[in-house]
Design a binder for this molecule. Sequence first.
Ligand code: NAD
Length: 489
Amino acid sequence: MPELFIGGKWTAAVGGQVREIRCPADGTLVATVDEAGPQDAARAVAAARDAFDGGPWPATSAAERGRLLLRVADLLEREKDALARAESLDTGKRLVESEYDMDDIANCFRYFGNLVASGGKDRIVDTGNPDADSRVVHEPVGVCSLITPWNYPLLQTAWKVAPALGAGNTFVLKPSELTPHTAIILMRLLAEAGLPDGVANLVLGAGQSVGAPLTEDPRVDLVSFTGGLVTGRRIMAAAAPTVKKVALELGGKNPNIVFSDADFEAAVDYALLAVFLHSGQVCSAGARLLVQVELHDAFVDEIVRRARAIPLGGPFDDHARAGPLISAGHRDKVEAYVAAGLAEGAVLRCGGARPDDPALQKGYYYLPTVLDDCTPGMSVVRDESFGPVLTVERFRNEEEALALANDTMYGLAGAVWTQDVAKGRRVASRLRAGTVWINDFHPYVPQAEWGGMKQSGFGRELGPAGLAEYEEAKHVWRNLSPSPQRWFE
Ligand code: NAD
């Protein structure tokens, strides 16, 4: 069966192109899928436009839209095993991590389903004028281009698809060209849940040939993008001539601040989780460890001891705790950042190489790496390497910690570790980031907004604001007893 989904039909690419999807853990062929081009993007936008302008979905009641999202959540649970397996084959991620993601994805649909069905957002405005009826109502934005990355393929998709549908929009989804499979399954489930034809459309392919047209097409009203900073800048520029609404979820270079009064065991454990989860391919990864000088030696020694012991392996290796990087090209990029850091004076404490294990040679593995004695000017500290690379910097006091933590163009997430409640709160309030954890790292819930400050982007996903991204507020004023005003007399 062809893999593009346009206007309620499965279709091949007009140009007849296909792409091989290979598992990053060992390079085996997962599948060959249709590779869309600009004409397919245009067809998909046309279908979404028709479904928005003439189809039933935007006028469907909020209660019914909410019910559909809840049905999708049930179907996602039913298909959890197949989805998790597909996600792991595309990404190389451990199966257990994909299974966690699938639970979160069903919860995301459930959250937005309930939020939408509960309604209650429209309001009557008290104008003080008894002859006027003034109301503010919320309507869908229109046709949305949803463009997503490879690190959490279906999760990032769910954060966009659920609120976009909940608000009554139609959309064209373009997942990363490296990880298309769970998006294909999602389209089947949306159709099974009863979504009208043309509301959800899927095109697969490269950023330049099929992503870019989705950001330029005048028939598109909104672009919601999750991905890298450079692509985000391009998309913002591409959307400008037609003044589309844009929401950008970009990268991060997130500080993890550890004060000497932190709970040592917990802080070490979470510092490892912060940076090495999914081999560092997490936008909110705690890749910059800032540690108070008194604690530095003992803390970093323990991190290094434990990082050296992290077993690497493929998605179905029960013994593995971290997997491969997404591609050979991405591993090259990570290696270049480590080399630059070492050239600039960082001290290699562990890793910094590919594993020797013969069983891992076909995959894109890289050892968990700790670089000590880092300074803010190093490129490995400033830029998102998006790999299993922890940089360590020291600070003397709270002011110095905050100055280092905020010395970044990004502002996605950050954490502070201390047993002093007041200090934790003070630091949290002064961190310029969209998410701050105190004595924790990585948790999120669909009820709470997610997004970045500074060049980590703008707009919010999840929470009530994540739904509002996909809505327009409209003021409707009704004059109950119109009479001539005679303004010009
Ligand atoms: P990427 O920017 O290379 O690609 C993301 C998507 O954009 C892909 O689907 C790609 O095909 C598409 N694309 C590329 N060029 C395009 C163009 N000119 N026009 C339209 N679409 C285009 O990012 P990636 O390497 O897939 O993902 C990793 C990045 O995503 C990291 O920087 C990471 O921090 C970020 N990310 C952010 C969040 C967040 O919530 N802020 C979450 C996950 C990932």
